[in-house]
Design a protein around this ligand. Structure first.
Ligand code: GLP
Length: 260
């Protein structure tokens, strides 16, 4: 796992956007797994700026969802499909037909989950999966004690995650209890995992994921199993790392040609 500490969220957004741009130059039809929440927005803004400046051609890029609420009406503004369309697909000008996601309203949810795993595999697998982290250490919606080998499936949100996500809904009670999420095993199938954490509220979860033991109690610790995992933190999110000096020194002396 590579840990990169940057001064602020905007710098992190630029760094990840540069990484995605390099991937798309090499693989124009790369399948990009995107995350929702507030954290990745600087990445999407930096990518959109590149597109506007004609510094990046994303027309052949493909986008896929990490997770989805179950039971929100189709077109609900806070369904993750709507969020990804609004924050990523539309600003980048990617055709909606290049966007894959699970159906949170499917009559048969287990079948929809299996179909989504199959669709990702048939699409050739995810080239780069962008991840955030929950304050309880979740990735996607894999809450603590999710199997490290799990595939896409339905999960029940913890009270803490429902409370964390209540800001997106009119009232806390409107946050769905159930979600579909790529499993940890599904996420680990991506070729490159890039986890972004910003702000002091993520410092404890980030430290446990990076420096703690591999444990389903901290689902993000599963990145320790991946051969190409990059964790990018701003200074506040890195504030509880024991090895922060080592991570800073290592990244500062990294040859620029290596990228992330
Ligand atoms: C939700 C999403 C996660 C995201 C997390 C953190 O639970 N399912 O993918 O990482 O929120 O969100 P934020 O970045 O807003 O803190």
């Amino acid at each position: 796992m590579e840990v990169v500490i940057v001064p602020d969220a905007a710098t992190a957004g630029e760094l990840i956007a540069d990484t995605i741009a390099a991937l798309l130059r090499h693989t124009p039809d790369a399948l990009l797994g995107v995350a929702t929440g507030s954290t990745p927005l600087p990445v999407y803004q930096a990518l959109a700026a590149k597109v506007r400046a004609s510094a990046l051609d994303v027309f052949r890029a493909r986008i896929c969802q990490l997770d989805e609420y179950v039971g929100l009406p189709a077109g609900h503004p806070e369904s993750y499909r709507s969020v990804v369309l609004r924050e990523v697909v539309a600003p980048l000008g990617i055709p909606e037909s290049s966007f894959l996601g699970p159906d949170g309203n499917a009559p048969d949810i287990p079948a929809a989950c299996a179909a989504y795993d199959s669709a990702l595999a048939e699409a050739g697998g995810v080239d780069l999966q962008l991840l955030g982290i929950g304050t309880d250490g979740h990735i996607g919606f894999n809450e603590p004690c999710s199997s490290l080998a799990s595939r896409t499936r339905i999960k029940t949100l913890t009270p803490q995650t429902r409370q964390d996500n209540a800001r997106f809904f009119d009232t806390p009670d409107d946050v769905p209890h159930h979600v579909i999420t790529q499993g940890i095993g599904t996420i680990l199938d991506a070729r490159h995992l890039v986890l972004l954490a910003t702000g002091e509220s993520k410092a404890e979860a980030a430290a446990l994921a990076i420096e703690g033991p591999l444990s389903s109690l901290v689902p993000a610790s599963a990145l320790q199993l991946h051969p190409h995992a990059t964790v990018i933190l701003d200074d506040p999110a890195a504030s509880k790392l024991k090895l922060s000096d080592y991570f800073r020194t290592t990244y500062a002396s990294k040859p620029p040609w290596q990228g992330l």
